[in-house]
Design a protein around this ligand. Structure first.
Ligand SMILES: Nc1ncnc2c1ncn2[C@@H]1O[C@H](COP(=O)(O)OP(=O)(O)O)[C@@H](O)[C@H]1O
Ligand SMILES: N[C@@H](CCOP(=O)(O)O)C(=O)O
Length: 322
């Protein structure tokens, strides 16, 4: 359960009063998520998610995340809406942390995504990229190549205690990607963490896109490979090319990839695997014993990285040669 910060009854009551939320009906910590503290709040006015922003989220970035959700919802994407308090503010403070209240969305995330769900994801990702094109705010990706190097410095002395020779493998990969990382592919707003647990389905339709707290401006194709990694591997970490083809075809029906983007997919996929391998390694080494959270094991992403290293071209992901 991701709850790092406790909220007292008194603090909660006065927080909700600033929104004119009426009587509190229920309040409980949420069992999923690893980054922030999340609570399900039910009042006379409905159901909401209360988020207290923790370690990796900078308060200065919150207007970007909350503004983006409003922008995308306005364009018809199923994103939560930040609730504004009686003074019109979407961002407040609670228990010493920046905090926001957002609307609750119905739906269930896919534990093991089907091919049809991978296709639905490809479609909604393409629509997200198009809808983000005229979002006016900008945020650099703090977990791009410079951020990977900083994470590596923070974990290199202890990484081998998790997986033998992990530090060498991380360093080799950083070296291999530096100089090869594409810089001139089409850019825009990316979600950057659109894992199955951040996508809600009702029947076969996407009913919710949540957790925009890594969103930033970066190369759009990088978001695509983050999703290939998160959606198209089976639990035994074998790559499912049928799911990958379905995701890519549905994405391209909305936003076709350029020849340069297709060619860059294997390198981008390695970078995307390295990014999550590094954050998982860091989080594993910096577990917070007092928090209710289940950190994710890094080895899954090491195996995904090794898979992409032996990929020769985008056709290995199910794209036709062209
Ligand atoms: N707007 C929402 N509607 C419904 N459930 C939500 C919403 N936002 C978050 N949740 C629930 O809270 C969980 C954790 O939220 P998430 O934003 O992924 O947290 P974290 O940033 O800590 O990873 C999600 O897996 C989901 O169950
Ligand atoms: N998706 C990341 C961890 C971030 O957690 P989330 O609950 O915000 O998706 C990973 O799997 O490493």
């Amino acid at each position: 359960m991701a709850v790092y910060t406790d909220v007292s009854d008194g603090e909660l009551q006065s927080f909700l009063e600033s929104y004119g939320m009426g009587r509190l009906i229920s309040f409980k910590g949420i069992a999923e998520g690893v980054e922030n503290s999340n609570f399900l709040v039910e009042t006379e006015k409905g159901r909401f998610i209360l988020t207290l922003y923790e370690k990796r989220v900078s308060a200065a970035d919150l207007p970007y995340f909350l503004g983006l959700m409003e922008h995308l919802a306005d364009k018809g994407l199923p994103c939560p809406l930040p609730v504004h308090d009686l003074e019109g503010k979407a961002l407040r403070e609670l228990a010493g942390r920046p905090a926001a209240l957002i609307t609750f969305l119905d739906g269930i995330s896919a534990r093991r995504p089907s091919t049809a769900q991978c296709a639905a994801l490809g479609d909604v990702l393409g629509r997200l990229h198009k809808a983000g094109a005229d979002f006016q705010m900008r945020r650099e990706n703090s977990l791009g190549p410079d951020g990977w190097a900083q994470l590596f410095e923070a974990v290199k002395m202890e990484a081998n205690g998790i997986i033998p020779d992990l530090a060498d493998e991380l360093e080799d990969e950083l070296d291999a990607l530096s100089g090869k990382w594409p810089e001139d592919l089409p850019e825009g707003v990316i979600h950057a963490d659109l894992f199955p647990d951040n996508v809600l389905f009702l029947d076969s339709k996407v009913s919710g896109l949540i957790d925009f707290y890594f969103a930033c401006n970066d190369q759009l194709a990088y978001d695509v490979v983050i999703c290939l990694n998160a959606w198209c591997f089976e639990p035994d970490v074998s790559f499912n090319v049928t799911k990958s083809r379905a995701l890519l075809e549905a994405y391209q029906a909305v936003r076709p990839l350029s020849a340069a983007e297709r060619e860059a997919l294997p390198i981008l996929a390695r970078g995307a695997a390295l990014r999550f391998l590094l954050t998982r390694t860091y989080d594993w080494l910096n577990r917070d014993a007092g928090a209710l959270v289940q950190p994710k094991k890094p080895d899954e992403y090491l195996r995904k990285l090794r898979f992409h290293r032996q990929v020769r071209s985008a056709s290995d992901y199910g794209l036709d040669e062209s």
